[in-house]
Write a protein that binds this ligand. Structure first.
Ligand SMILES: Nc1nc2c(c(=O)[nH]1)N[C@H]1C(S)=C(S)[C@@H](COP(=O)(O)O)O[C@H]1N2
Ligand SMILES: [Mo]
Length: 496
C-alpha cells in the first residue's frame, strides 16, 4: 500500500494554502464591509437582511444610496481595510487565481501519487469509527489513528470535506456572483437559490473555513505541535527546534506579505490597481469575456423596490429639464464617428418600438435587484452613427457632477464611464429610457441610462448627456476608464 508520508510537494502546497486562504479571508471581509448585510432574496430589499455587520440604520424618509451604508473595517481583519472595496476586490481575485491553481496542482498530485488515500474513505466503516472518535475527543482524549495512516477517522472525513466539498463550494458560489456568469447562465445561479443566496452561502463557506482553521490548530496542539510541525517542514519527525524556527519563519513571511499588501494598497492604490488589475484582467478576458447576456426573468420576479446607487444631478438646469419631462434634454453623439448626431427623447422613442428586458442588476457593493428596462439597443445607435475604424470604446458622459451631487463620495467631477465597442454591440446592451413599463425615474437615471448586463452596476452610467466614440481613454479623466476606476480604483472591465 502507498505510504502516506509528507512529500515535499504536499508541504509546499500546505504553506501556500496558508498564504492564499488568509489573503482570501481578509480581502473577502473587505468586500463584505462595503455592504455588510446578507439576504436570501434577489431583491436585497432593505429590512429583509438575515444578518448585518453594521450598526448604521438607514433613514426611511430620505433618498440614500448604498455608499451611505458602507462600513469601514480595521486593517487587522480586512485587506486593506478603511473602505477600499476596489483594493479588496483586486486582492480577492488575484488570490483566488493563485488558490485555484494551487488547488489544481494539489488535487492532480494527490491522485497521481496515490496520496488521495489519506483523504478519500474506502470503506463505510469510517462513519461509525468517526463517531466513536468524536465521542473520544469530547471526553478530552485522543482516538486511535487509522492503521497505516497519519489521521484518525474523524480527521480524515473533515479534511476530505474541506478539500472536496468546501473548497469547490466556495469556488462555485463565488462564480455564481459574477454578473457575466449570471447573465449567460441564469439557471446556474438559480441552483443556489439566486444571487443573494449564493452570496450568503459564500459567506457561510467563509465561516466554515474559519471554524476549520480553529479546529485544525486545536488538533495540532493536542496531538503534539512540535512533531506535526516537523512533519510539515522536513517530512519526518526530526530537528524539532529547527522545524519550529523554520515554520515561524514561513509564518512571518506570510504576515509580511499581508502587511506589505495592506500598506501598498492604502498608500499607492493606483499601482495595485494597475499591477493586480493586469493579472486579473488577463484571466477574465480568457474565461469570461465571451459570455453574452441571455436574461429574461419572469414578470413576477421583478423587485418591488429596485435599489439605487448614486445621487441625481441637483443643478437647476437638470431640475428644469425634469419639470418639462426632459423636452429640452439633448443626447449628443460624437467623436470618432462618420455621422455625429444630436437626438431628443422623442427622436429616441421614434427610432423603434422600445426593446425591453427583465434582468438582474448587480451592484459592485454586493446587492442586487431585478428590473425591466426599455429603450433602444445601443448597437442600433452605433450602426446609425457609423464608428470610424479606429474606434475602440464608447465614453458615456453624464449630467452628474459628483462633487456637487454626492459630496460624501470620494473624488469630484463629471461622472463618466467607458465601455468597449464589443460590449456596446451585444444584444442586451441598452440605452434605457423606461423602467418597469413607465418612464425612467429620476433616481434610476432619467432621461437616459445605460444597461450592460454582463457587467457590475457602476458601468451603467445614469443621467447621460453625451456619448463619445474614442480610440483610447488614457486622456479622459485620470485615464483609468471611468469615474469609479479613476477615483476609487475599481477595475474597468467588471464581469465579476
Ligand atoms: N451618473 C451615475 N451613474 C451611475 C452611478 C452614479 O453614481 N452616477 N452609479 C452606478 C452604480 S454603482 C450602480 S450600482 C447603478 C445603480 O443603478 P440603479 O440606481 O438604477 O439601481 O448605477 C450606476 N450608474
Ligand atoms: Mo454599484
Amino acid at each position: 500500500m502507498q505510504q502516506l508520508d509528507f512529500p515535499v510537494w504536499l508541504r509546499v502546497e500546505h504553506w501556500l494554502n496558508v498564504l492564499f486562504l488568509t489573503l482570501l479571508i481578509r480581502s473577502g471581509i473587505e468586500i463584505i464591509a462595503t455592504h455588510p448585510k446578507l439576504y436570501w432574496r434577489n431583491d436585497s430589499r432593505p429590512g429583509t437582511e438575515w444578518a448585518r455587520f453594521t450598526r448604521k440604520r438607514m433613514p426611511k424618509d430620505k433618498l440614500y444610496d448604498t455608499l451611505d451604508e458602507e462600513e469601514s473595517y480595521s486593517s487587522v481583519v480586512a485587506l486593506p481595510g478603511h473602505k477600499q472595496l476596489g483594493m479588496g476586490r483586486h486582492w480577492h481575485f488575484v488570490s483566488v487565481i493563485g488558490w485555484i491553481l494551487t488547488g489544481l496542482v494539489y488535487v492532480v498530485l494527490l491522485f497521481a501519487t496515490g496520496q488521495w488515500l489519506r483523504y478519500v474513505p474506502t470503506s463505510w466503516s469510517i462513519f461509525p469509527t468517526a463517531w466513536d472518535d468524536l465521542m473520544t475527543y469530547l471526553s478530552f482524549d485522543l482516538p486511535p489513528l487509522l492503521p497505516g495512516q497519519p489521521l484518525d477517522a474523524l480527521q480524515k472525513l473533515a479534511y476530505a470535506g474541506v478539500i472536496f466539498l468546501l473548497a469547490p463550494f466556495q469556488i462555485l458560489t463565488g462564480a455564481a456572483q459574477s454578473p457575466a456568469v449570471e447573465a449567460r447562465f441564469p439557471r446556474y445561479v438559480r441552483l443556489f437559490g439566486g444571487r443573494q443566496a449564493a452570496r450568503s452561502l459564500h459567506f457561510l463557506g467563509l465561516v466554515a473555513f474559519l471554524v476549520f482553521l480553529a479546529v485544525h490548530l486545536a488538533m495540532i496542539i493536542s496531538w503534539g505541535w512540535p512533531e506535526l510541525n516537523a512533519l510539515m517542514i522536513f517530512g519526518e519527525v526530526r530537528d524539532l527546534n529547527a522545524a519550529l524556527w523554520l515554520s515561524l519563519g514561513i509564518l512571518a513571511a506570510v504576515v509580511l506579505v499581508h502587511v506589505g499588501a495592506t500598506v501598498v494598497s492604502l498608500r499607492s492604490p493606483r499601482r495595485v490597481q494597475q499591477g493586480l488589475g493586469w493579472i486579473v484582467n488577463s484571466f477574465r478576458r480568457l474565461v469570461l469575456r465571451r459570455l453574452i447576456s441571455r436574461q429574461d426573468y419572469a414578470r413576477s420576479k421583478l423587485s418591488v423596490e429596485h435599489r439605487v446607487n448614486g445621487k441625481p444631478p441637483c443643478s437647476t438646469e437638470y431640475k428644469l429639464m425634469a419639470v418639462h419631462n426632459f423636452a429640452d434634454w439633448r443626447l449628443e453623439i460624437g467623436g470618432l464617428v462618420e455621422r455625429p448626431m444630436t437626438l431628443t427623447l422623442d427622436d429616441l422613442r421614434a427610432l423603434r418600438e422600445p426593446h425591453s428586458q427583465r434582468v438582474l442588476h448587480n451592484c459592485v457593493q454586493g446587492w442586487s435587484s431585478i428590473g425591466e428596462w426599455g429603450g433602444v439597443p445601443l448597437r442600433e445607435v452605433v450602426e446609425m452613427v457609423r464608428p470610424l475604424p479606429q474606434t475602440r470604446h464608447l465614453c458615456f458622459l453624464t449630467m452628474q457632477d459628483t462633487g456637487r451631487d454626492e459630496p460624501s463620495a470620494e473624488g469630484a467631477g463629471q461622472f463618466y464611464e467607458v465601455v468597449d465597442l464589443e460590449l456596446a454591440r451585444e444584444p442586451q446592451t441598452l440605452l434605457a429610457y423606461e423602467m418597469n413599463g413607465g418612464p425612467l425615474p429620476i433616481k434610476h437615471g432619467a432621461p437616459l441610462r445605460l444597461r450592460v448586463e454582463t457587467q457590475v452596476g457602476f458601468k451603467m452610467a445614469k443621467w447621460i448627456e453625451r456619448i463619445e466614440f474614442v480610440s483610447g481613454y488614457a486622456c479622459i479623466g485620470k485615464g483609468m476608464g471611468g469615474w469609479r476606476e479613476d477615483n476609487v480604483f475599481y477595475d474597468k472591465d467588471v464581469e465579476v
